[in-house]
Design a protein around this ligand. Structure first.
Ligand SMILES: Nc1ncnc2c1ncn2[C@@H]1O[C@H](COP(=O)(O)OP(=O)(O)OP(=O)(O)O)[C@@H](O)[C@H]1O
Ligand SMILES: CC(=O)N[C@H]1[C@@H]2OC[C@@H](O2)[C@@H](O)[C@@H]1O[C@H](C)C(=O)O
Length: 368
């Protein structure tokens, strides 16, 4: 199948889109990929939906802000598909399928006795009608309804990608987005995966608050600061670190209170060290120790963070590009692959990834 995968991550920076030919089992061919960045006005509308979701907390009717955000998502995702198709010299109607993750506005992991909830905005039917091709969407709901974490879903794609590259097992794949997630592809091919902790989400929010900048570019601010031990320890006392996976996080499960009184440099250093330590705690919880971590997601460009991860885990953490992967596009590729799996009725989540009791299919298909 010719499939375009689409991802709008928690950082709200834009839509990533990638074309691939796949049957959902192996990748036959990679096509072009790109980011369609959100304009400031679009980002404001999406941010308003996230803010409304945090106030809503899954209680009562959905916030009105969701509908306006879905309109923005339909338009921007359709533009991303059109751009990727243009780069490939085809029309959207030539596609067999689009994998539309949508925008996570709120995620609550299941806890003792309380079922999980997750909400990805994205009107699959509207996008299918606009593009004139089938759209797979709503990938996480079925898993959560079955008692799973609903995330991470990329692991089955990480394994396909590792196989495509002929990489040796056991292998670790680390995604540093707003939240960090790790996948172990074990020696026997089994998947173990979970969210390790925040990646860039807290650092971004802190930098925005202190400097108005969207991120700590290359980790330069953190590199100038010193870790505040009490704040560092306070973050690590969070319940998330008490157990191994399966486990998942919302971008806002941690806040900036512990670093509120620190200088910008020391706060950035503390948050960056916290992300690195939480990755190391995740690595320690894996049933096998991988020889190395392949790092994808925007955080791989933060040199301070990557060096701290290598030190904390005592293993190489190499950028995706070093093994020929496209570090900014892996999540988009993953949702192309997962869409093909959805169409073929193959499972997308597993006991080792989201904690479901049996491998589960997921996603719904809107006909275009
Ligand atoms: N040069 C850089 N230096 C430091 N950090 C960077 C750099 N480039 C990107 N980042 C970080 O990467 C983030 C974006 O990463 P990415 O696009 O993988 O996240 P996302 O997909 O939105 O999140 P998630 O995977 O949690 O949904 C930025 O918000 C920023 O914090
Ligand atoms: C609920 C949700 O959208 N989670 C995202 C988020 O971003 C990174 C991490 O947290 C991961 O669990 C997941 O995304 C990736 C694509 C996944 O499902 O594998």
């Amino acid at each position: 199948m010719k499939v375009v995968g689409l991802m709008s991550g928690t950082s709200l920076d834009g839509v990533d889109a990638a074309l691939m030919e796949t049957d959902g089992e192996t990748v036959a061919r990679f096509g072009p990929g790109l980011e369609r960045a959100y304009a400031p006005g679009e980002r404001r509308i999406l941010q308003a939906a996230v803010d409304a979701a945090r106030a809503w907390r899954f209680e009562g009717p959905e916030p009105a802000a969701f509908a306006e955000a879905e309109t923005v998502l339909t338009t921007t995702h359709a533009e991303a598909v059109a751009a990727v198709c243009e780069a490939a010299g085809i029309a959207p109607s030539d596609l067999d399928l689009v994998g539309f993750h949508g925008q996570t506005v709120l995620h609550r992991a299941p806890a003792e006795g309380v079922p999980g909830r997750t909400r990805q905005l994205g009107d699959g039917a509207a996008l299918a009608a606009r593009l004139g091709c089938d759209v797979a969407f709503d990938f996480r709901s079925a898993d959560v309804a079955a008692g799973g974490q609903g995330a991470p879903l990329a692991p089955v794609y990480h394994r396909a990608l590792a196989d495509w590259s002929g990489l040796e097992r056991p292998l670790g794949v680390l995604n540093l987005g707003g939240v960090a997630n790790i996948t172990l592809i074990a020696s026997d091919g089994a998947l173990v995966a979970f969210d390790t902790g925040p990646a860039n989400g807290l650092i971004d929010a802190f930098m925005e608050q202190r400097t108005g900048e969207a991120m700590d570019a290359n980790g330069e601010t953190a590199a100038r600061g010193r870790v505040h031990e009490a704040a560092f320890a306070e973050y690590l006392a969070h319940d998330h670190f008490a157990a191994g996976g399966p486990k998942s996080l919302d971008r806002w499960d941690f806040d900036l209170d512990a670093v509120a009184n620190l200088s910008t440099e020391d706060g950035a250093a503390t948050l960056t060290a916290f992300t690195a330590r939480s990755v190391a705690l995740g690595v320690e919880r894996l049933p096998e120790r991988p020889a190395r971590l392949i790092v994808c997601g925007g955080g791989r460009k933060n040199a301070t963070l990557r060096a701290l991860i290598e030190a904390a885990c005592d293993m190489p953490a190499i950028p995706a590009e070093d093994v020929g992967w496209r570090g900014d596009l892996i999540e988009a590729e993953a949702f192309a692959f997962l869409a093909a799996r959805c169409a073929a009725g193959r499972p997308i989540s597993f006991p080792g990834t989201t904690g479901v009791s049996e491998p589960m299919t997921g996603g719904r298909i809107a006909r275009g």
